[in-house]
Ligand binder design. Sequence first.
Ligand SMILES: Cc1cc2nc3c(=O)[nH]c(=O)nc-3n(C[C@H](O)[C@H](O)[C@H](O)COP(=O)(O)OP(=O)(O)OC[C@H]3O[C@@H](n4cnc5c(N)ncnc54)[C@H](O)[C@@H]3O)c2cc1C
Length: 375
Amino acid sequence: MTTSETADYDVIVVGAGAAGVGVAITLRHAGIENYLVLDRHTVGASFAAWPAETRFITPSFPSNSIGMLDLNSIAIGVSPAYSLEVEHPTGQDYAAHLRGVAKFFELPIREGAAVQRIVRTDDVFQVELDGETLSAKHVIWAAGEFQYPLLAGFPGSELCRHTATVDSYEQMPGDDVIIIGGYESGIDAAYHLAYHDRSVRLFDAGCPWDQESSDPSVALSTYSMERIREEWFDEFVELYPDSPVTCVAKTDDGYEVTVGGEETFHTSVPPLLAGGFTGSHQMVADLFEQRDDGFPLLSENDESTKVPGIFLCGPAVRHQNHVFCFIYKYRQRFAVVAKAIATSLGLPAEQLESYRQWGMYLDDLSCCGEECATC
Ligand SMILES: Cc1cc2nc3c(=O)[nH]c(=O)nc-3n(C[C@H](O)[C@H](O)[C@H](O)COP(=O)(O)OP(=O)(O)OC[C@H]3O[C@@H](n4cnc5c(N)ncnc54)[C@H](O)[C@@H]3O)c2cc1C
């Protein structure tokens, strides 16, 4: 039997994306040495799989020298603006950046290690891979959302294609494309398709391009608003607000899309789903209580309130109304998690105090979160 005294690792981090790599560096700064990062593919695999044209909406700028961390940085002293020399990196750019960062910090990462299940027995987590089980005193779940797209939602959604499966909008077949979902991914797809002279009709149940909020987790980013104002966007894209798609059906020569239960639209190629992600946290749903919105309920240290010792890192983190879906938001919780684990291991984690100066340590969750400048 494995007990917490004999666990293979103090911490296993699942996922080597922005969250997994970022929190792994923070573990090191907290004085934790016996840990391992597992990834079923490679470091930054989700970013590497973005459509070729898709770029970061949050700009990178080399502001670190005056104590303001690059918005897309995952660690103090690291700046994608500096290493990549671009303001809006592509997914492929950013994956290369993450690989460079992981190498620089000599992180203990095992690639090609797909976690199938996590079970807690006798104070220890059994992390089950294909044909092998590793044990750890703590687990940080950082397996992201991108590789777990939301494919359900209405009859016929299985006939659609998710934006997460598109290699390149330029190469995508079809001259008339219907997009379902008008937040960042949908607008991004429309922009690139229109740039290549495709007619686009975009349906959204609400009107994300007209939301009055200063929070980019709610309203479209300035980058996307600028794109909507491009001449070719106006020429090739029709935006349909307050138009929920209720059904997609196959016809002899394409697809019929029903909007609002009544009006129908025809397209020759599978409609493009830009409706978000179910998220990898579904894989460990049995280890967390759930909030009303389906996201894991977390303690003030982002630990499960049901099974102590397992933590969540990344865009699925929620506290009250705070939505930590961007890197510059969820990186503020790395040090909170690392500190909690270090404390449980009896380590002082003093170095983490410097994270506060860099806006990398948000432990005050008392504000409303709705229109909050801190988050
Ligand atoms: C198109 C698009 C544009 C975006 N633009 C921005 C932006 O401009 N700015 C911003 O801040 N955020 C942006 N985001 C959000 C940002 O990409 C995500 O927040 C980020 O990818 C999350 O990082 P992550 O490490 O949590 O997840 P991921 O990057 O998905 O990393 C998770 C890792 O876990 C691995 N993994 C998954 N399942 C398992 C398993 N079972 N076992 C082992 N390993 C596993 C995967 O291979 C992957 O490497 C964007 C997202 C998308 C989809």
